[in-house]
Design a protein around this ligand. Structure first.
Ligand code: 13P
Ligand code: SF4
Length: 384
């Protein structure tokens, strides 16, 4: 059995300068995207950030969708750039006293929940996620109350309060393994919030799932018709799709997987050309991982589309060199940019995250940093 929860989808508007800033969530986010500093200022900022990271005993944990220079800086300073699963694991294993998370709010909160003794900062605390916004804790709790017989599995892209209500948290790189495991144990699943990822997991595992109706405003915009035309022009290209994309786009994929799994595919496949259906911030790491290969962005606009997001997450784009420097320089004294999670809520939310990390460990599911073999890194990915 499967069904879709009757919940109200969240609306998002164009990042248009004509729209009043208060009228929609994304125009607020786009308005806060920092301007790119000049080359000379960027060089100075990077020097300052490196020194401050040392002085603060802090490490930078970045996601693949943030600014390319922030990604490089994380790696150059002994931090990491990775998917949500590895960001959580890296933060927990780090011996540094403090963490700076360049990504979106749920990533900072997950780090804080896993490391209550560390101080966790973000360049901009208002960097959120449409999935998180579309799953308010009270409505979610009511949904859970209606289905007390189901195991509650939530995606990482949720608030601490939603996680506090969950039995398991998963990220895209481990969702199939965990839901497959629960299904094999005969458990029925309540899934939130991403409906596309939920449907994909349901199809792949055959699990009995009911789904919250959330979606990612970036991945929701990938268009089947335009992708089909693009594929006709590039018949030899491999199509790589993040599972937050609509089902008809996922159905065209050669590889469906988390950001890390998609990067690995460019690196390990013998194919020369790739069509990439995920946030275009990932292209930076793909170019480094697979130099010389041709990377084509999957279409988000065209005859059947209104381009709302153009394959870039406005909240990820809020992370910049200046606000990263500011939070390292001033945040430790002022508290600005510090991620705080209520201690009781944190303790409750900890269980579902810890359960996932423990599952990853006992099942040998690796992160992107070379602990395991490349074939391990392909666990959980598959064709549509
Ligand atoms: P990954 O865990 O695959 O990096 O995905 C996080 C995310 O927010 C994708 O939109
Ligand atoms: Fe959320 Fe989508 Fe942005 Fe990922 S890309 S953080 S799912 S809005």
């Amino acid at each position: 059995m499967s069904s879709i929860a009757e919940t109200k989808p969240v609306e998002f508007d164009l990042p248009s300068s004509s729209a009043p800033a208060s009228s929609c969530s994304t125009s607020l986010a786009w308005a806060k995207v920092p301007e790119q500093p000049s080359a000379a200022e960027r060089a100075d900022l990077k020097k300052e950030i490196k020194a401050l990271l040392k002085a603060r005993d802090a490490v930078l944990v970045a996601h693949y969708y943030v600014d390319a220079e922030l990604q490089d800086l994380a790696e150059e300073t002994g931090g990491c750039v990775s998917d949500s699963l590895e960001m959580a694991r890296f933060g927990r294993e780090s011996t540094h006293k403090n963490l700076v998370v360049a990504g979106v709010r749920f990533m900072g909160e997950t780090s804080k929940i896993l490391n209550p003794e560390k101080r966790v900062f973000m360049p901009d605390l208002e960097a959120t996620c449409s999935l998180d916004l579309g799953c308010p804790a009270e409505e979610f709790a009511a949904f859970c109350d209606q289905h007390p017989d189901r195991t509650v599995v939530v995606y990482a892209n949720t608030s601490a309060a939603v996680k506090a209500r969950a039995d398991w948290m998963v990220t895209s790189s481990i969702a199939l393994d965990i839901v497959g495991h629960l299904h094999a144990r005969g458990e029925k699943i309540l899934w939130a919030p991403d409906r596309h990822l939920g449907q994909y997991i349901q199809r792949q595992t055959g699990a009995d799932m009911i789904l919250w109706q959330g979606s990612c405003l970036v991945h929701d915009e990938f268009k089947y018709e335009e992708l089909k035309l693009l594929k006709e022009k590039h018949p030899g290209a491999m199509v790589l799709v993040h599972p937050e994309s609509p089902a008809e786009v996922v159905a065209m994929a050669d590889v469906v997987g988390s950001t890390t799994q998609l990067i690995k595919a460019t690196q390990t496949s013998g194919v020369h050309e790739f069509i990439v259906a995920t946030d275009n911030g990932i292209l930076h790491k793909m170019r480094q991982a697979a130099p010389g290969k041709v990377l084509i962005e999957a279409p988000t606009a065209g005859n059947s589309a209104t381009c709302k997001s153009c394959a870039h997450c406005p909240w990820m784009a809020m992370n910049g060199l200046r606000n990263l420097r500011d939070v390292l320089r001033d945040g430790f004294d002022s508290g600005v940019g510090e991620v705080l999670v209520d201690a009781d809520l944190g303790r409750q939310a900890y269980r579902c995250i810890d359960r996932m990390l423990d599952f990853a460990k006992t099942h040998g599911i690796s992160g992107p940093r070379g602990q395991n073999s490349v074939s391990d890194a392909h666990r959980g990915i598959g064709p549509a």
